[in-house]
Design a binder for this molecule. Structure first.
Ligand code: FPP
Length: 259
């Protein structure tokens, strides 16, 4: 099946758009450190500039036919960075929600922060829960921020949750299938991403959405995340639109050719 992008709806709200369904785009927001270094700035300022790029991207996305954005804000492996940088990264959700939560609420964005709460300060957990509660009724656009998230850890956690249900007599091993397993992941309730974008020139998944990426299309771009904007998102969608999504099947012409 050819990848569909609702470009005809550019400028129109996703919920009122006709045509292909709204896309789920996931982004590894990479390159903050290099952006800062190239300007002789501390890495922390690169992360702050990264928050501004996130704001631009969230604003642009609904106008490009995107209905859901999942972004990687902090990985379970990022704890190994220097303490000052970890402290700055921990301050980013506060910085983002303080300046933008009213706009997100007004524009119909539902915010969800996926990932472990263990390790986060009580203050940060409160800020996250507050942002989620304040936007829980919104339906125009979904923003999932993966924070203290790791794909492998999440898969282990899902397996553990199901094993506990079996041990408690609430489920049987034979009940487990892909759909049931996915319902135990942190991303439960979200369709899998159609496209995963990684800017900054790196070409790897870095433990992001391992299960969910099964049939995602990958787009790698040579721009550092703090420079990211609507034009880069549009270019990524154009690359996605040229892809042929087959989900392990064959296209109709090839079925005929195979006799
Ligand atoms: C990777 O770049 C980026 C991060 C570890 C942090 C990403 C976070 C943001 C862009 C802001 C997120 C906002 C919220 C609300 C959580 P890097 O530091 O590894 O860059 P480098 O590869 O150039 O060193």
């Amino acid at each position: 099946m050819a990848a569909e992008v609702n470009t005809a709806s550019a400028g129109a709200p996703v919920d009122g758009a006709k045509g292909p369904p709204a896309l789920h785009v996931a982004i590894v927001m990479d390159g903050n450190g290099r952006w800062a270094k190239s300007r002789g700035l501390p890495r922390t300022l690169g992360h702050r500039a990264g928050v501004e790029a996130l704001k631009r991207t969230v604003s642009a996305a609904p106008k490009l036919g995107i209905g859901r954005l999942t972004v990687f804000g902090f990985s379970t492996e990022n704890w190994s960075r220097p303490a000052t940088e970890v402290a700055e990264l921990m301050a980013l959700p506060k910085r983002y929600f303080e300046t933008d939560i009213a706009r997100l609420e007004r524009e119909g964005v539902r915010v969800r922060v996926i990932g472990r709460r263990e390790g986060l300060s009580a203050e940060l957990v409160k800020i996250i829960e507050g942002a989620q509660a304040r936007t829980a009724h919104n339906t125009v656009f979904n923003l999932d921020i993966a924070f203290n998230y790791g794909g492998q850890a999440d898969i282990v956690e899902a397996a553990r949750r199901f094993a506990k249900a079996v041990a408690a007599g609430e489920a049987r091993p034979e009940d487990l299938n892909e759909v049931v397993f996915a319902s135990h992941l942190a991303t439960a309730g979200s369709p899998p991403p159609d496209v995963i974008i990684r800017p900054s020139g790196e070409q790897r998944l870095s433990n992001f959405l391992l299960w969910e990426a099964a049939y995602a299309e990958f787009v790698f771009q040579d721009v550092l995340w703090p420079d990211y904007g609507a034009e880069h998102l549009q270019a990524a969608l154009a690359a996605y639109a040229a892809r042929d999504r087959r989900y392990g099947a064959v296209v109709a012409d090839d079925v005929l050719a195979a006799g």
